[in-house]
Design a protein around this ligand. Structure first.
Ligand SMILES: Nc1nc2c(c(=O)[nH]1)N[C@H]1C(S)=C(S)[C@@H](COP(=O)(O)OP(=O)(O)OC[C@H]3O[C@@H](n4cnc5c(=O)[nH]c(N)nc54)[C@H](O)[C@@H]3O)O[C@H]1N2
Ligand SMILES: Nc1nc2c(c(=O)[nH]1)N[C@H]1C(S)=C(S)[C@@H](COP(=O)(O)OP(=O)(O)OC[C@H]3O[C@@H](n4cnc5c(=O)[nH]c(N)nc54)[C@H](O)[C@@H]3O)O[C@H]1N2
Ligand code: SF4
Ligand SMILES: [Mo]
Length: 905
């Protein structure tokens, strides 16, 4: 019998409602919840494949693990021993060094209830504000931007504004990839009314940019100049709303003084765009009956991220594009519950329910509601400072939950040094193979999506229920349970009462959180589990007595500041933190792929999700590649002042000359040694403390790696991956990926052959050593080709040798994908392996497995997007590939975008 559970997707901040089918033990299917107001039944490629990621327990953390002495390996432990160990070690550090010697590093992927307990544990029991989260890397500039402009955090807008907007300005957001289901809503609106205008501000020609009416391909980091220039143009053309400015804002005159120095011509030069494009963007924005801006990491992840946010908000305030349908600055939330984390105050620089640490009244309110005393009035350390404090010994013990900082923080080597130095590291994880797990002294098994319950808040301030569809595997437990069990053991050791942590249920936690919000801007006094149950997901604020939440804020022009007026701030444009120079002449941009999620601990379990972008690649402009005599497919060395990474070169004019792009996802789980954050830097914004993950000065050099290894192996892909992964870091380049649902692919390259490593790889791939293995060897050339047979099928191929040897084996490697029996003599397989390499066809539509070549053929025969959908079925299920289909059609002749991008060399 299958049961259907109503829940919410665990990936992005769109917060799609889902109906999960389970057989009681396992999740067997998922579909979009037609009743959920975020997605009305839609899901994207990541959401659709969630059941596949949850199918196997291979790689799950199923038991607590404990390291007894510094150099010992971790051994399985009981929950009681693990919880006692964490409480005892934390108590010991606090006794010896005080409460600020411990820290908590948590995550915008925790549920509100989990987050709430961690925050209360740190601030109310340990009495340190050293609790920060990966939201520092993500939303903190949006938070400080909103607070400085409006007096409170949180977007004034809602999803219905997507349909109501007449001009949409995407700034530093690749929504087609990162918030796909909302992008579907925009596509539908624009198809119904082509007079809707899209402006995209992004240094790269993303799928989002390719669909725009106007793409401003600015130089990385120059957004403040651009927005200042646009406002300059609107002021001097008399297109601002003086009455609104007069009635509802402060600080305009001081800003206007600053803006004098930003005439469009000068700004266009700074940004590397045409002046006419800047003026066009400003006019479309200012004249529009409703202008909506959608912004994300291209603004936030900057050493001037707060000012980028503010400069954009200025445009809205000065033109009164706010507080009504279709108008307003809409910060897209990245993680599913980054907003919930902000609500419970789970960051080092805030208290519960948007309260301030340095406000004695606020501290007293929280103390009273929590039943504790002595909250610290010192702000805690934000993420980058926190890990630096671990590194220099100020913090001795750190507890990391639901995030993988060795992969996702800037300058990975610094984070590794910090964790190696710490006296005590707790990691609370669902999956074993992340880059942070090796540093754990205690590893705590967390229940994950589908197994845990609570609430999350999406980008439009809407709170949805998350429900468990199946029991948690092994000894895995919900995050809130783990935090409160440690708190109850820690309290007596700190002479405090365990009572504040005796939560009977998640509902009890939510009710406590709710009580803290009463009277605050995010008041949800009228919203409890019963309301969520009977009336579905609701937006905040939702005060007691309300019938529904509020869709839009500041509709009456009264803001959350003391005097009710919004604030303009006067500041100059500042360049990026790390300038390029002769030694590091290229600008590195990092960002997202369509089908992968962060460090890939979950999406990396689904073969189909590798198909769209299978290789760890760096994208470079053709002119820059030609100048360095580099060709697509070659290995190159990316390096910065901090570290280096070997990657495969991809060549495309989607990036401008002078910039390169690397996806943020590749981690030590799939790419030997780690990901792109080996090269990024920890320069932070002065207000938000958010690091500049979107820009570093780098160089890219050719690299000769004569020894090549390639393997394709059939079997339990997750088990094979786990066996192979530890070998990756030993090579200059080594990557592993899943392919289909039962194969893995390994690619490696190095300066010289390593026969011992090759034998270990042979073992890890579980290749046979008996007569079912056929080998062709040329010892003189250090070349080997090995074929594993399962009766008449080829079950695995391992090839090592020169680049030419491996290239010539492409068709042999491809035979592992073929399930037609081999009827000839076995050794003939090597003879047959002489044809030219079959180019791997790229899959565009993941739901229907439609390849690029089939789409090109159909377009060649005259198909447009509707006909592609009808003929091939691509783009008809989740729709994530539709922007790319659109783009492929346009590239063949029908222009979709009036491209005014001028940045490309
Ligand atoms: N598929 C997928 N979706 C996701 C995620 C995922 O991992 N995978 N993660 C989720 C999370 S946590 C987040 S925070 C969001 C992120 O969502 P987005 O911010 O939309 O995604 P990114 O690719 O990180 O960056 C967006 C764009 O910023 C551009 N950019 C770089 N520098 C600048 C600049 O100086 N100015 C401007 N204007 N643009 C610049 C980049 O070229 C990139 O196209 O995605 C969420 N959704
Ligand atoms: N260069 C570069 N770096 C970046 C970015 C970028 O654009 N460029 N983006 C930044 C941004 S915006 C973000 S949000 C961060 C994201 O960075 P991370 O937070 O490191 O990303 P994830 O890989 O999602 O980490 C979440 C971890 O929690 C585990 N997990 C899953 N479910 C559960 C659960 O229920 N409980 C517990 N305890 N664990 C669970 C997962 O296995 C995973 O290892 O990366 C940042 N880093
Ligand atoms: S858009 Fe995709 S990843 Fe985001 S919540 Fe919806 S289904 Fe999940
Ligand atoms: Mo994020």
């Amino acid at each position: 019998m299958t049961t259907l559970t109503q829940t919410t997707c665990c990936y992005c901040g769109v917060g799609c409602g889902m109906l999960v089918e389970s057989d009681g033990e396992r999740i067997v299917g998922v579909r979009g919840d037609p009743a959920h107001p975020a997605n009305y039944g839609r899901l994207c490629s990541k959401g659709m494949t969630l059941p596949l990621s949850a199918q196997s327990l291979a790689g799950r953390v199923l038991m607590p693990e404990l390291r007894n002495t510094r150099d010992a390996v971790r051994a399985p432990a009981t929950w009681n021993d693990a919880l006692e160990a964490v409480a005892a070690r934390f108590a010991d550090v606090i006794r010896r060094h005080g409460p600020h010697a411990v820290a908590f590093y948590v995550s915008g992927q925790l549920l509100t209830e989990d987050y709430y307990v961690f925050n209360k544990l740190a601030k109310g029991l340990v009495r340190t504000n050293n609790i920060d989260t990966n939201s520092r890397l993500c939303m903190s500039s949006a938070v400080s931007g909103y607070k400085m402009a409006f007096g409170a955090d949180g977007p004034p807008t809602c999803y219905d504004d997507l349909e109501a907007a007449r001009t949409v300005l995407f700034a530093g957001s690749n929504m087609a990839y990162a918030h796909p289901v909302l992008f579907r809503r925009l596509e539908v609106a624009k198809a119904a009314d082509p007079s809707i205008r899209w402006i995209v501000v992004d240094p790269r020609r993303t799928d989002t940019a390719a669909m725009a009416d106007l793409h401003l391909a600015i130089e990385p980091g120059t957004d403040v100049a651009l927005f200042h220039g646009m406002l300059h143009h609107l002021i001097w053309e008399g297109r601002i709303d003086r009455a609104y400015i007069e009635a509802h804002t402060e600080g305009f005159d001081a800003l206007k003084q600053v803006l004098r120095a930003y005439p469009p011509q000068l700004v266009a030069d700074i940004c590397g765009i045409e002046e006419s494009a800047l003026r066009q963007a400003a006019d479309w924005f200012g004249e529009s009956p409703a202008a909506l801006s959608l912004y994300c990491m291209g603004l936030n992840q900057s050493s001037h991220g707060t000012e980028k946010n503010l400069a954009l908000i200025h445009l809205h305030l000065a033109t009164a594009q706010i507080g009504r349908a279709g108008a307003g600055p809409f910060s897209l939330t990245g993680q599913p519950n980054a907003m919930g984390g902000r609500e419970v105050g789970g960051l080092a620089t805030m208290l519960a329910a948007h309260r301030e640490i340095d406000n004695a009244t606020h501290r007293a309110e929280v103390e009273r509601l929590w039943g504790v005393s002595g909250l610290s009035d010192q702000p805690g350390l934000p993420a980058v400072d926190m890990f630096d404090a671990v590194r220099d010994g100020r913090i001795k013990a750190i507890w990391i939950a639901c995030t993988n900082p060795v992969h996702s923080m800037p300058d990975s080597e610094r984070v590794r040094e910090a964790l190696a130095k710490a006296e005590f590291v707790v990691v609370q994880e669902a999956f074993h193979q992340t880059d942070t797990v090796p540093y754990a002294d205690v590893l705590l098994p967390a229940a994950s999506w589908g197994e845990k319950a609570g609430t999350v808040t999406n980008s439009e301030r809407r709170i949805s229920r998350v429900r468990a569809a199946v029991p948690a595997p092994g000894a895995a437990r919900a995050d809130w349970w783990i935090a409160s069990e440690v708190a109850r053991r820690l309290a007596p050791k700190l002479d405090a009462s365990p009572a504040p942590f005796a939560f009977a249920s998640i509902e009890a936690i939510f009710d406590e959180h709710r009580a803290l919000t009463v009277g605050r801007d995010l008041d949800i006094g009228g919203l409890d589990y019963a309301v969520l149950e009977s009336r579905g997901p609701q937006q905040w604020p939702f005060p007691a007595g309300a019938m529904h939440g509020r869709a839009r804020r500041y509709e009456n022009g009264v803001f959350a500041t003391a005097d009710g007026r919004a604030r303009f701030h006067a500041f100059e444009y500042q360049p990026v933190a790390e300038p390029i120079n002769a030694r590091h002449p290229l600008r590195l941009i990092t960002g997202r792929l369509r089908d992968q999620w962060h460090g890939m601990s979950r999406t990396g379990r689904v073969g189909a999700l590798f198909e769209h972008a299978p290789e760890p690649a760096i994208t470079m402009h053709p002119a820059d590649a030609a100048r360095r005599s580099l060709r697509a497919g070659e290995f190159v060395r990316l390096s910065s002042r901090r570290g280096e990474r070997v990657l495969m070169l991809s060549v495309s004019d989607d990036v401008a000359s002078g910039t390169v792009f690397v996806p943020m996802h590749w981690s030590g789980q799939f790419l030997g040694g780690g990901g792109v954050n080996e090269t990024t830097l920890g320069a932070v914004d002065k207000y938000s403390k958010q690091p500049e993950l979107k820009h570093a000065a780098v160089r890219v050099d050719p690299l000769t790696l004569p020894w090549r290894v390639a393997a394709v192996r059939r079997g339990d892909a997750l088990q094979l991956h786990a066996a192979v992964q530890p070998l990756l870091a030993e090579r200059r380049f080594a990557s592993v990926r899943l392919e289909g649902d039962d194969r893995i692919v390994v690619t490696a390259a190095d300066d010289q052959p390593d026969a011992a490593w090759l034998e270990r790889l042979h073992g890890a791939l579980a290749l046979p050593r008996d007569e079912s293995l056929l080998e062709y060897r040329d010892a003189r050339r250090a070349m080997t080709k090995r074929v594993a047979w399962r009766e008449m099928l080829i079950d695995g191929v391992l090839v090592a040798g020169s680049e030419a040897d491996v290239a010539a084996s492409a068709s042999l490697l491809a035979r592992v994908r073929d399930t037609t029996p081999w009827t000839r003599a076995r050794h003939a397989v090597f003879v047959a392996d002489s044809g030219p390499a079959i180019p791997r066809d790229h899959i565009i539509c993941q739901c229907k497995s439609i390849t690029a070549s089939r789409i090109h053929t159909a377009i060649g025969a005259g198909a447009d997007v509707p006909r592609l959908k009808a003929a091939l079925g691509c783009g008809t299920v989740c729709g994530s590939c539709v922007p790319e289909l659109q783009r492929m059609c346009s590239a063949s002749g029908k222009p979709a975008a009036q491209s005014m991008a001028t940045n490309a060399a």
